[in-house]
Design a protein around this ligand. Structure first.
Ligand code: SDX
Length: 392
């Protein structure tokens, strides 16, 4: 079951587990959460609705949604002692370093929800993680810019609360922009879960040993940070800024094709999608909506559009089946909203927490679940006898 790795020389090793949360058809560009297409959820749903769906298996009715919203909202505050925890970091620490540390420390503060054999404690821990990630991420940003932390406000939506804790200041009222709130909520939906990606597999493997949920999510955050995974959104925007203007795109496409050049087009390609990433399609549409509403005229978006157009006409990218993934356009929107590139992966972790906890719950509640124990193909020396140092 969970964590049983099989190695097939024709393919890379795959983590095999049974899961009913998310279905991906990489060739057809299909992504379903509990059977619902990502395009419909992004268009008509909210991140709280999708969170309820991933955790419970069904979309909530109004009463269930109101109760879930109430529960999550009332877990958004952090133990006050954790605020001092931030002071141990340098101000220029990467927000993902802070997120790894603070989330890993949560079990020291919320040990009344670490008994994984108790379904009630598991759900409390899950709600606490979903609820506190926006507070933790916002505090990481505030700490990095030397501004005071803002407490959550219960009359705001999940995403509106995060925007206010991030960009609000005590000196004045913060007005949540509904266009930005809707766009960011949709971006959270697009990042909520994605089958057995590297960070979700990390959470499952850590959880399979019986580690507490806070430690497992911290492990997932660490894995997501890598530029080949969740760190790609930060790398993709940095790449677009480095390209700077459309006439420089051919130079970078040539570099991406050059096997002697380690450069890769960040935000392109995917382990599973070999047609297109349905999330990238929604993301590009959202960029247009946000830019029109905020009257943003950012040349980086034009570079991104022309890069996508040129790459998709290039035989190399067509043959290698490389298309924009979820990370290609996300940075363009997040930057337009006001987030620094260093916060992009922290936002990915914020949104993916519901997927991680839903997958963790699914695994832990399986009575047949066993510890994951990947195997290997041994390629080292055959057995040999020890030689004393004067004989070597
Ligand atoms: C995420 O798994 C998930 O679901 C992840 C994710 C999620 O929601 O959790 O979807 C989020 O991580 C999206 C991916 C973000 N990463 C990037 O955008 C980084 C750039 N992309 C590449 O590093 C790469 O495409 C990967 C890591 C995404 C996929 O790696 P694969 O499937 O191992 O691809 P590959 O290395 O086997 O590529 C096949 C070929 C190779 O050439 P050959 O060895 O066959 O000659 O395509 C080339 C690669 O060199 N290639 C690229 C490329 N990606 C692959 N060449 C140029 N630019 C690229 N971006």
């Amino acid at each position: 079951k969970t964590g049983m790795f099989t190695y097939d020389p024709g393919f890379t090793s795959t983590a095999s587990c049974e899961s009913g949360l998310t279905y991906i058809d990489g060739d057809e560009g299909v992504l379903l959460h509990r059977g619902y297409p990502i395009g419909q959820l992004a268009e008509h749903s909210s991140f709280m609705e999708v969170s309820y769906l991933l955790l419970n298996g069904e979309l909530p009715n109004q009463a269930e949604l109101d109760k879930f919203n109430y529960t999550i909202t009332r877990h958004t505050m952090l133990h006050e002692q954790l605020a001092t925890f931030y002071r141990g970091f340098r101000r220029d620490a990467h927000p993902m370093a802070v997120m790894c540390g603070v989330v890993g420390a949560l079990s020291a503060f919320y040990h009344d929800s670490t008994d994984i054999t108790d379904p009630h404690q598991r759900m409390i821990a899950s709600h606490r993680l979903i609820a506190k990630m926006p507070t933790i991420a916002a505090m990481a940003y505030k700490y990095s810019v030397g501004q005071p932390f803002l407490y959550p406000q219960n009359d705001l939506s999940y995403t509106g609360n995060f925007l206010r804790m991030t960009f609000g200041v005590p000196a004045e009222e913060y007005e949540v922009n509904p266009v930005v709130e809707k766009a960011l909520d949709r971006i959270f939906i697009l990042h909520a879960d994605h089958e057995q990606n590297a960070s979700t597999s990390t959470v499952r493997l850590a959880g399979s040993s019986g580690a507490n949920p806070f430690a497992c999510i911290a492990a997932g955050i660490a894995c997501l940070w890598g530029p080949a995974h969740g760190g790609a959104n930060e790398a993709a925007l940095n790449m677009l800024h480095e390209i700077g203007r459309p006439e420089r795109i051919p130079e970078y496409i040539a570099r991406a094709k050059d096997k002697n050049d380690p450069f890769r087009l960040m935000g392109f390609g995917h382990r599973v999608y070999k047609n297109y990433d349905p999330r990238a399609t929604v993301m590009q549409k959202t960029v247009r909506e946000v830019f029109a509403a905020l009257k943003v005229d950012n040349p980086v978006f034009e570079v991104a559009l022309q890069l996508e157009e040129m790459a998709l006409k290039d035989d190399y990218f067509v043959e290698k089946k490389l298309f924009p993934n979820v990370d290609f356009y996300s940075g363009v929107i997040l930057s337009a909203i006001g987030f620094p590139t260093t916060m992009f992966t922290a936002l990915f972790a914020l949104a993916r927490t519901v997927g991680w906890v839903a997958q963790w719950n699914e695994m832990i509640s399986d009575p047949e679940q066993r510890i994951g124990r990947p195997r290997q193909l041994y390629t080292g020396p055959t057995q040999r006898d020890y030689l004393p140092v004067d004989k070597r």
